[in-house]
Design a binder for this molecule. Structure first.
Ligand code: NAD
Length: 309
C-alpha cells in the first residue's frame, strides 16, 4: 500500500513519519518549497520524548507527483483543503481512499467533490504536533484517533486504516459517530481559539477570567441549538466539561491557541470552518447566535488586517 500525506505541516509530518518508520511507503505532499527541499536534502527532523530523529522520508510539491495513491491522509489547514485537493487530482483514482483528520466542519463536503462517498473516511485526533521550522517537527505526548467510513462499499476500510495506524504505534479505533466528534471538537475550538486570539491571552489566562463562564455557556448554548437543527447528536455537557478542564490554569499552563499563532504569522486561520461554519448553518435554520456571530466577525476583521499587512 502506498500512502500520501497531503498537507505535511506539523500533524502531517508526525503521522507521515510514524507510518514511514513502521515500513510503509509514504510520501509527504506540501506546497511549502523550503520545507520540501529541507526534508529531501537532510531528512525530516522529528523531536519527541526519545530525542531527535532524522527520518529519511521523501517530500514533493503537489504538481510533481502523478502516481495513483492507495491512501491519502489530508492534513492541510481546512482553509487550504480545496486548493490542495485541486492540485492533487493526478494521485486520485477510483481505488484511492481519502482520510481527513483535520479540525473543522466542511472538509468532508470539499473532499466529496473529488471522490465517491465510499472512498471517504473521516476522523478526529487528540495527537498534537508543532512545526519548528522547515523540515523540523516536535511530536510530544500521545493521543488517539477515531476513524469512520462515510458510506457505501469498503465497509471494513476503517478497520484497515486503524490497524495500519496501530502498527505504526498511533493509537486509533473505529468511530460509530464521527460527525458528533467533529462537531464537539469544532465547538471546543470555536470557543477557545478566537477567545485566546482576540484577547492575546493564553488558555490559562482566558480560563482565569472571573466572567468566563457567561461567555462559554452562551456560546455553547448557541452551538447546541445549531447542532440539534443539523441533527447532530451533540453532547453539550461533555464539551463544557472539556473546556473547563483545559481552561483550568493548572492544566493548560502558558499554552496559546494555534489560531493565535496563525494570526501572529499573518496566515489565514480555520475560523471559517469553525465559528463560520456553525454561523452559516445557524442562518440556514434562522437561529440567533449572537455570541458566536460576534466572535466570528471580529476574527474575520483581525484575519483580514493580519493577512493584508
Ligand atoms: P500546520 O500549520 O503545521 O501546517 C499546515 C500547512 O501550512 C502545511 O502545508 C505547512 O507546510 C504550511 N506551513 C506551515 N508553516 C509554514 C510557513 N512558515 N511557511 C509556509 N507554509 C507553512 O498545520 P497542522 O497544525 O499540522 O494542522 C493540520 C490540521 O490538523 C488542521 O486542521 C488542524 O486544526 C488539525 N490539528 C492540528 C493539531 C496540532 O497539534 N497541530 C492537532 C489536532 C488537529
Amino acid at each position: 500500500m502506498n500512502i500520501a500525506i497531503v498537507g505535511a505541516g506539523a500533524m502531517g509530518c508526525r503521522f507521515g513519519a510514524a507510518l514511514f518508520t513502521a515500513g510503509y511507503e509514504v510520501i509527504l505532499v506540501d506546497r511549502w518549497q523550503a520545507h520540501v527541499e529541507q526534508i529531501n536534502q537532510y531528512g525530516l527532523s522529528v523531536e519527541n520524548e526519545d530525542g531527535v530523529h532524522q527520518v529519511r522520508i521523501k517530500a514533493v510539491a503537489p504538481e510533481c507527483i502523478n502516481t495513483p495513491i492507495d491512501l491519502i491522509i489530508v492534513f492541510t489547514k481546512s482553509v487550504d483543503t480545496e486548493d490542495m485537493m485541486a492540485r492533487c487530482q493526478a494521485i486520485i483514482d477510483e481505488d484511492t481512499s481519502i482520510l481527513t483528520l483535520q479540525n473543522g466542519i466542511g472538509n468532508l463536503d470539499i473532499l466529496a467533490r473529488y471522490v465517491q462517498e465510499e472512498q471517504l473516511f473521516a476522523g478526529t485526533t487528540t495527537y498534537a504536533a508543532n512545526l519548528q521550522g522547515p523540515g523540523s517537527v516536535a511530536a510530544f505526548g500521545s493521543g488517539y484517533s477515531e476513524i469512520m467510513h462515510m458510506g457505501g462499499k469498503r465497509k471494513n476500510g476503517a478497520e484497515q486504516i486503524v490497524s495500519l495506524f496501530q502498527q505504526a504505534g498511533l493509537h486509533a479505533g473505529v468511530s460509530e459517530n464521527v460527525i458528533k466528534s467533529i462537531w464537539e471538537k469544532a465547538a471546543f475550538n470555536s470557543i477557545l481559539n478566537p477567545l485566546c486570539t482576540l484577547t492575546l491571552s493564553s488558555v490559562a489566562q482566558v480560563g482565569s477570567y472571573s466572567g468566563i463562564s457567561e461567555v462559554i455557556d452562551g456560546m455553547l448554548n448557541e452551538i447546541d441549538l445549531v447542532a440539534k437543527a443539523e441533527q447532530v447528536d451533540f453532547d453539550k455537557e461533555k464539551v463544557k466539561q472539556t473546556i473547563y478542564r483545559v481552561c483550568h490554569p493548572s492544566m493548560s499552563g502558558n499554552h496559546y491557541s494555534s489560531m493565535y499563532y496563525d494570526i501572529q504569522n499573518r496566515r489565514k486561520t480555520e475560523v471559517d470552518f469553525l465559528n463560520g461554519a456553525i454561523w452559516a448553518r445557524a442562518k440556514k435554520h434562522h437561529i440567533q447566535v449572537p455570541h458566536l456571530s460576534l466572535l466570528y466577525h471580529l476574527m474575520k476583521i483581525l484575519e483580514q488586517s493580519a493577512c493584508r499587512s
